[in-house]
Design a binder for this molecule. Structure first.
Ligand code: HEM
Length: 417
């Protein structure tokens, strides 16, 4: 079975020639429908060389092999980010200190320290708060009759939740959104000078903001909730070790960033895909129990993080191709999630798909620490939204951002019927 004959987005043209494809200089129509290019790469050039000597990996099994072997495929980014950002840059400091870009033993130590934030008990405590927030946004939708789903719902919910979780005042969310966007945009394969400067400024301001907040919490401990991550993490110890101040600040910045942009896009894409497939809305209405598999299908179909990276620590191979030590690979989750070897009829959006072992949360030691929280937010949001407004309508095509790593919907105008 191969991916030809199917299309990534509904109604799109056949696969393009990818002989000259370069992740550092993608064609202008890539962003509207990356899946056509990714399907062609997966079938014709599954380990594809870019102009800078890095490789694009698009098959499911090849991505899984790299995720599962962290000794050979490192997450550390110092060698990649020193030339990209400069090794004295705030962006370099942030992206080489946050948990996701570290290897064992540092990674094991840091991850263990904030595991407490994601226990079942901690998450269950959030459930009523999420439900209340969703009800508020839906009340607003009922009052106004229409809304920009991104601004009024899918951005608000995750940032409220992650700010609550850390103990960051919700009123600062717009500021945090701006910083997060600048810091995460700096991870795109190509950067403008302005994006570079914005990213560095954002790290400096974000660090100062959190430093002040931690100082305030220490001066007024009664204001802190006993479970909030910021204060617990500041004092947390595992095996007699604590985080340094710098590590603490960068883990908090990472969690605030990781915890909202991805989830925002998951919610926006979920609503968009359902509105493009009215049959699936009817199916969900007839069988509300499908919401859990619907969440998985949304994550598979439009991976919020489309690319993860690894670097080889020794001479090795991937997909049968030799890779010398120091080779960077771009694991294209968005392509692996539609590999027909793993997912029958992969370009079909099917809310009852089972099994559905997508890679949208990664795999192995770095698997997303917040995956249960994200899944819970999505399940509550979709169940309530489609339960209350089964006649929801799309008012205009969504505006998709020209970003490669994050599949971002900028605006999604919806109306109740
Ligand atoms: C739909 C929403 C989300 C998606 C698609 C997502 C995706 C991912 C992916 C792919 C990774 C692994 C990266 C790699 O292996 O290189 C990751 C790691 C991580 N995510 Fe998420 N994430 C989401 C939501 C969240 C939330 C809500 C939080 C926390 C509030 C969170 C916290 C983290 C953390 C702490 C890590 C680092 C884990 C480690 O390195 O050990 N994520 N996420």
């Amino acid at each position: 079975m191969n991916g030809f004959g199917s299309t990534g987005e509904q109604g799109m043209s056949p696969h393009p020639d990818v002989t000259e494809f370069d992740l550092l200089d993608v064609p202008s129509d890539y962003f509207a429908d990356p899946y056509r290019y990714l399907a062609a790469l997966r079938e014709c050039s599954p380990i594809h060389r870019n102009s800078d000597g890095t490789f694009v990996v698009t098959r499911y099994d090849d991505c899984v092999a790299a995720y599962r072997d962290p000794d050979t495929w490192s997450s550390e980014k110092k060698a990649d980010f020193a030339p990209k950002f400069g090794n004295a840059a705030p962006l370099y400091e942030h992206h080489t200190t946050s948990v996701v870009f570290t290897d064992a033993p540092n990674h094991t130590r840091i991850r263990k320290l904030f595991q407490f934030a994601f226990t079942r008990r901690a998450l269950t405590a959030f459930e009523p708060r999420i439900a209340r927030l969703v009800d508020t946004y839906l009340d607003h939708l009922e009052d106004t009759g229409e809304m920009d789903m991104v601004e009024e719902f899918s951005f608000k919910l995750p940032i409220e939740v992650v700010c609550d979780m850390l103990g960051v005042p919700g009123c600062d969310r717009d500021m945090i959104r701006g910083w997060a966007l600048a810091i995460l945009t700096a991870l795109e394969p190509m950067l403008t000078t302005e994006q570079h400067a914005d990213g560095n400024r954002a790290v400096i301001e974000f660090k100062q903001y959190l430093r002040d907040l931690i100082r305030h919490r220490r001066s007024f401990p009664d204001e802190a909730s006993p479970t909030e991550v910021l204060t617990v993490l500041a004092d947390a110890e595992a095996d007699g070790e604590r985080l340094t101040e710098l590590e603490l600040l960068h883990q908090c910045i990472f969690m605030l960033n990781a915890g909202h942009e991805t989830s925002t896009n998951m919610l926006s894409h979920g609503v968009h895909e359902m509105l493009r497939s009215p049959g699936e809305i009817r199916r969900l209405a007839e069988n509300p129990g499908l919401v859990a598999s619907m969440v998985e299908e949304v994550l598979r179909y439009q991976a919020p993080i489309q690319i993860n990276n690894r670097r080889s620590t020794k001479d090795t191979e991937i997909g049968g191709l030799p890779m010398p030590a120091g080779t960077t690979v771009h694991m294209i989750v968005a392509a692996a999630n539609r590999d027909p070897r793993q997912f029958p009829d992969p370009d079909r959006f099917d809310i009852a798909r089972r099994p559905n072992r997508h890679l949208s949360f990664g795999l192995g030691v770095h698997i997303c620490a917040g995956n249960s929280l994200a899944r819970m937010e999505a399940a509550i949001a979709f169940r309530k939204l489609f339960g209350r407004f089964p006649g929801l309508q799309l008012m205009a095509p969504p505006e998709i951002a020209a970003r490669m790593r994050f599949r971002e919907i900028r605006h999604l105008h919806i109306a109740v019927n």
